[in-house]
Design a binder for this molecule. Sequence first.
Ligand SMILES: Cc1ncc(COP(=O)(O)O)c(C=O)c1O
Length: 378
Amino acid sequence: MTEIRYPFLDLATVNAPYIDEIKAALARVADSGRYVGGDEVARFEDNIRNLIGASCAIGVSNGLDALRMILRGYMELGRLRPGDGVIVPSNTYIASVLAITDCGLSPIFVDPSVESFNLNADGVAKALNENNAKALMTVHLYGRVAWDADLKRLAGDNGLIVIEDNAQAIGAVAPVEGMTAGSRMTGSLGHAAAFSFYPTKNIGALGDAGAVATSDPELAAAVRALANYGSDTRYHNIYRGWNCRLDPVQAAVLNVKLPYVAVENGYRRGIAATYGCEITNPLVVKPVFVDDDSMVWHQYVVMSPRRDELQRYLRACGVATDIHYPTPIHRQPCYETYSGLSLPVADKISKEALSLPVSRCTSIDDARAIARIINRFE
Ligand SMILES: Cc1ncc(COP(=O)(O)O)c(C=O)c1O
């Protein structure tokens, strides 16, 4: 088999620029004697608040738990009830939907726009007419902001709770303000947001990590309690909560990396711009390129009706690729109850989408070489 010359992702390379600082931070935690909570977690929460401009942030165990605790928090506060509908894009990563069903809420799947891979107001408006929707989970998939003036108006007019799944888009900036005046960065657009720092994310930990951000102090207090066995004060449990706290080891790693969000996203933008200019093969549909902060290129996803052939060809030429995601949620065995839904865009994306390398493991010269290889595909 041909050697992989252009890897999709190698996390040691991704972390190499920060590794000395990371090791020093890990040693600090080891020496501190404080292995749950503590200064690193508090500093991480400040860093998230300052980055996005929300008034509250809570470090949590991972992105799925962040979403689950937001939804459970709204239920504990009586703002969502069992069975309420939550609009969610049909092509998201399964964690978005797992959080909804785990809380006893009902996912309302909406096909995205095939150009942006994201929800738009037309799709959401149709779903609103047919269902008992109380919340909108907007997912900034592949790092592209899923928020505009129409979605904002629709959510406002219909009193929807807006939850952002910001697992893939840290540092992205929306073209219009969020539900709160002045906020433009993803994670501060809706009423609450979930972050993931899974190692492959634009800013990744050395294991699982996540955060919840919100400017709603009641929700923040509920999430903080839920993440800590449901206790508001020691040994006093107001909810049947979980243990979903952020580990200070991961907080320390993230405190090293968070100041570099713009640098990391800028690096990805350079690769995406190179692909955008240099891929010219009509058999390959490129993602819409925007040269601003509304896209942070968590993935660079091309579409081709001959995707599997293209992937095999690239592999034979030494280029590793990935698929996000090969099976839509309504076709997963665990969601068989939704298998009768007609979601043609989700089906199309699952068959045609191919993610090209777009991390620090890829240089601009590599991106040019990969584009030339793609242009020879026939
Ligand atoms: C869109 C989306 N939502 C939620 C998650 C869940 O995050 P985590 O893996 O940290 O649980 C992920 C990442 O894996 C994701 O990509």
